[in-house]
Write a protein that binds this ligand. Structure first.
Ligand code: UN1
Length: 502
């Protein structure tokens, strides 16, 4: 089946007629999902032109009505949740319970956006002059270029597209090449909801979808003078480039980049809970989350016992196709991703004194040979300067480090260029509060895994994880709108601020 782009309300192939294949990472040769357009710069420019045109009308639709569109989007997603999740597992591998969670995060974001249409609060302040009123309110910005990754193919696009639309912007969406099907479904749902809610007022081009490569489609969005905002989630390398070019062009840029998240376990913690959390944080989504636990910092006093239990539990994790019952861990998303994981394991094996206790190979038993499976892997005696303690791996590999006390644990946790998520397990209330204060991360969990942020809270990180913006909740609406100050003078005379009154 050949899928299409959506440009100016019309589903159409790319201008060069080229396609790329989308396949199931759990059974690569046997399951072709579809062919998706490998679009060109010309396609992007056409989509941007449509978005620019549509902006003229969309910005004038009252925000509560724009919110009604998002309410309808949430309702359709809710009705189709299982089907969306099944297809998402098929295209990117994580298990069905998790793709349902991914879809739910999109539904939560839709309903939040729907209600935000009735808020988008402005602020008023008194004037320094008599018979004069000062107001300020939020206005849309223009055309938003949305570039998203494959690991949360529904949730992440919704975090960006929904607030962009509610604020009155129009969108050109370039999804990851690996997960085009979920993107198609999302855009089809938005378009359906637009038609239903707006009826005769339907505006083609408010949401446009252009499939293809980052090096072509992403670059064209970045280069376009008609794109005012870029929101990107992905690697720090690409994020730096977007920030450089976007900075030059004065585009507003929001970046969610890498992570090297850690979980600390103190000796007074509930060990079973800490164990459940690290299994979920490190190997859920096959470790392919920006928020994944890729370092475990264990206090010396509990290290050996904890590691022993952890290895026992990790060996029991069941690998397989995520739509099959009882599967804990799906495949890596692609052959290239699995190879990267293996390269890091080889690097780990060469690190001075680090020891691999389990995993470290392609998983090939039975049906696993059909997909890009990798055995969940644990390294112990990892030192903060080892590459496997520093670099983002984005796969099922956990590096365990030792610490001597709370200060030392936090020092190790902070010894990374990234700062997205973090976690500490302790029953000592003083230690917990010190950790909240001193951990350098956008997200800190007390007695919870590093993954599982909620859609209505600020999401993002410090240091090289981003450029200071947050997604989620109320914070993302700041990014997609700007402030307009309005002065209303009803005195009937010229009043000169700063001059006539002082
Ligand atoms: C990501 O990996 O980029 O907090 C997003 C979490 C999810 C979102 C992860 N709600 O783990």
């Amino acid at each position: 089946m050949e899928f299409k782009n959506l440009i100016n309300g019309e589903w159409k192939p790319s201008s060069n007629g080229k396609y790329s294949e989308n396949r199931n990472p759990a059974s690569w040769n046997e399951d072709l999902i579809g062919k998706f357009p490998l679009s060109t710069e010309e396609d992007v420019n056409e989509a941007v032109k449509a978005a620019r045109q549509a902006y003229k009308k969309w910005r004038l639709i009252p925000a509560p009505k724009r919110g009604d569109v998002l309410k309808e989007v949430g309702d359709i997603m809710f009705a189709r949740k299982d089907e969306i999740a099944f297809e998402m597992t098929r295209e990117m591998g994580k298990v069905f319970a998790e793709t349902k969670g991914d879809t739910q995060e999109g539904i939560d974001t839709a309903y939040y956006a729907a209600s935000e249409g009735r808020r988008l609060f402005g602020m008023n302040a008194p004037s320094e002059l008599a018979n004069k009123m000062n107001l300020s309110f939020r206005i849309p910005i223009g055309v938003a270029g949305i570039i998203t990754p494959w690991n949360f193919p529904m949730a992440i696009p919704t975090w960006k597209i929904f607030p962009a639309l509610v604020c009155g912007n129009t969108v050109v969406f370039k999804p990851a090449e690996i997960t085009p099907k979920t993107a198609n479904t999302l855009v089809q749902i938005i378009d359906e909801a637009m038609k239903k809610v707006l009826g005769k007022e339907y505006i083609p081009g408010v949401i446009n979808l252009v499939h293809g490569k980052g090096s072509v489609v992403g670059e064209a969005l970045l280069a376009s003078k008609e794109v005012d905002l870029i929101s990107f989630t992905g690697s720090t390398l690409v994020g730096r480039r977007i920030n450089e070019v976007g900075g030059r062009e004065l585009k507003r840029v929001s970046l969610e980049l890498g992570g090297k998240n850690a979980q600390i376990v103190m000796p007074d913690a509930n060990m079973d809970l800490a164990l459940d959390a690290v299994l979920w944080g490190a190997f859920g989504t096959t470790g392919q989350r920006c928020t994944a636990t890729s370092r475990l910092i264990l206090h010396n006093d509990i290290h050996d016992k904890f590691v022993e239990k952890l290895v026992e539990r990790v060996k029991k994790l069941k690998l397989g196709y995520g739509n099959d019952k009882g599967v804990d861990v799906g495949p890596c998303v692609s052959e290239a991703q699995r190879n990267t994981v293996d390269e890091y394991v080889q690097i780990g094996l060469k690190e001075d004194k680090a020891k691999m206790l389990t995993g470290g190979k392609f998983a090939k038993e039975g049906n696993l040979a059909k997909g890009w499976f990798y055995e969940p892997t644990i390294f112990v005696d990892v030192k903060p300067n080892h590459r496997i303690a520093k670099e983002e791996i984005f796969g099922p590999v956990l590096s365990v480090l030792k610490c001597s006390d709370l200060d030392n644990a936090i020092e190790i946790l902070n010894d990374t260029e990234y700062g997205l998520s973090s976690s500490i397990f302790t029953n000592n209330v003083n230690d917990a509060f010190k950790a909240v204060r001193d951990i350098q991360a956008g997200i800190t969990y007390i007695n919870g895994a590093t993954i599982g942020a909620e859609a209505h809270m600020p999401f993002g990180g410090v240091k090289a994880t981003g450029n200071g913006h947050r997604e989620g909740g109320w914070t993302v609406y700041e990014f997609y709108s700007e402030w307009k100050a309005v002065y209303i003078d009803y005195s009937g005379k010229l009043q000169r601020a700063q001059i006539d009154n002082y």
